[in-house]
Ligand binder design. Structure first.
Ligand code: GDP
Length: 196
């Protein structure tokens, strides 16, 4: 019920425009096309919640969705835009690292990775940042429906092994927005971060 209450609050171009740093925030990040918007929509049981984040002008913003007085879901800009120039990338990286580093309200980061192509360079960068800053991270291996059950489990096991070795605060699960595989598990993780 908490997640169904999600509604768009505001968009901020950078940390200084974010709402007051209070309460609980959980941020969603991932490469463009990894399935972040679809996952947010399914998690919040809404058809087009995260479309708000894809409105022109908002794609490079920190988009805030409010759950209740104290709890917020944050849709971070998708990354992996190959054609963007180096300066734009640098500004984006700086903004994101500022946010992860400084935001007290931030309790955890949900990282979307396509189950068929996990651990791309920028995914690893996110894992490294969060690890350094001791921010818990939960990976949704998205589009699990695109693989057989066996293949998907293999991908999950392989990622887990990698995480266990290097990232003690990270966890991972399979997820599909198409058939809602893993939805309960994702809710449980969010509940724990939101202290709900
Ligand atoms: P975003 O750029 O990370 O927000 O990604 P989107 O949520 O817009 O999804 C990118 C594409 O992948 C779209 O064509 C979606 O329909 C598709 N997609 C997203 N999630 C799933 C999923 O769980 N299963 C399948 N089969 N396709 C998905």
């Amino acid at each position: 019920p908490l997640y169904q209450k999600a509604h768009y609050l505001k968009s901020a171009p950078n940390l200084s425009h974010c709402p007051e740093d209070q309460g609980y925030e959980v941020a969603f990040a991932g490469r463009s096309n990894a399935g972040k918007s679809s996952a947010l929509n399914v998690i919040c049981s809404q058809k087009s919640l995260a479309r708000t984040s894809k409105t022109p002008g908002r794609t490079q913003m920190i988009n805030y969705f409010q759950l209740d007085e104290q709890r917020f879901l944050i849709d971070l800009p998708g990354y992996g835009f190959a054609k963007v120039n180096v300066n734009v990338k640098r500004v984006w990286e700086a903004g994101l690292s500022d946010y992860i580093e400084q935001r007290q309200a931030l309790k955890g980061l949900v990282l979307m990775m396509d189950v068929r192509h996990p651990l791309q360079p920028l995914d690893v960068m996110m894992l490294d940042w969060c690890n350094e800053l001791e921010l818990p991270i939960h990976v949704l291996l998205t589009k699990a429906d695109k693989l057989s059950r066996n293949q998907a489990n293999q991908a999950w096991l392989q990622l887990n092994k990698h995480l266990q070795d290097k990232y003690p605060l990270a966890s991972a699960q399979l997820f599909s927005s198409l058939n809602k595989q893993g939805l309960e598990q994702a809710w449980q993780k969010l509940d724990s971060w939101f202290d709900y």
